[in-house]
Design a protein around this ligand. Structure first.
Ligand SMILES: CC(C)(COP(=O)(O)OP(=O)(O)OC[C@H]1O[C@@H](n2cnc3c(N)ncnc32)[C@H](O)[C@@H]1OP(=O)(O)O)[C@@H](O)C(=O)NCCC(=O)NCCS
Length: 170
């Protein structure tokens, strides 16, 4: 089902729409997420991404231009119900056109509907330079840094960001 878009989104990106991710999208989505997770294998990424489509279909979205995927986001309630954005990627040639913002707003809207009080996201040193400004712009703030979270050495240090819905209604 196409997303409901505001008028300014319609006019600035008339050819890019969002829709829920399907199993057929997975090969392309995994290629996207390999770039976000340079320390993980495709098999590992598939292991954490594939179940999300079944368990959290309303939290997994793709941005498409025609039949081509240009971006993707996945999210879930992790163990003990922690709302987490797992992966977000926009193709290099479609960046700075608001596609990432549309994807994250869609996921945040779904989380709001679920009534959760906050959403978290994890950034690693490879994504931090681009992700920091993006997530701050969307109301996230750093809430923790964990050294070598995934046992990968200094390359694997993680920054955790959190957005509180009560402080940031948009
Ligand atoms: C982060 C990412 C998803 C942003 O997607 P995008 O479609 O380019 O984002 P938007 O166009 O919606 O940008 C929204 C705002 O984020 C900030 N931003 C995004 N990219 C930026 C960059 N390269 N440099 C500085 N600020 C940036 C800006 O404030 C921007 O608003 P502006 O263009 O009006 O200045 C994209 O750069 C990407 O896929 N990066 C690689 C993977 C990654 O880092 N994923 C997130 C970590 S999990």
């Amino acid at each position: 089902m196409p997303e409901q878009r505001s008028q300014d989104e319609e006019s600035s990106q008339p050819n890019i729409t969002l829709r829920k991710m399907t199993a057929e999208d997975l090969p392309q989505v995994l290629s996207f997420f390999e770039k976000v997770n340079p320390n993980a294998t495709r098999e590992q990424i598939s292991k954490w991404t594939t179940p999300l489509l079944k368990d959290w279909p309303h939290l997994c979205w793709v941005a498409v231009k025609g039949k081509a995927l240009v971006g993707a986001i996945t999210a879930e309630l992790r163990f003990f119900g922690v709302p987490f954005i797992e992966d977000l990627f926009v193709s290099e040639s479609y960046r700075r056109q608001g596609v990432g913002s549309r994807l994250i707003r869609r996921a945040l809207d779904e989380f709001r509907r679920m009534g959760v009080p906050f959403v978290k996201v994890e950034s690693n040193p490879s994504t931090w330079p681009l992700a920091q400004k993006f997530y701050y712009r969307h109301g996230f703030r750093v809430c923790g840094v964990e050294q070598d979270r995934h046992g990968l050495g200094p390359k694997g240090d993680s920054v955790i960001l959190k957005k509180l819905f009560k402080d940031s209604p948009t």
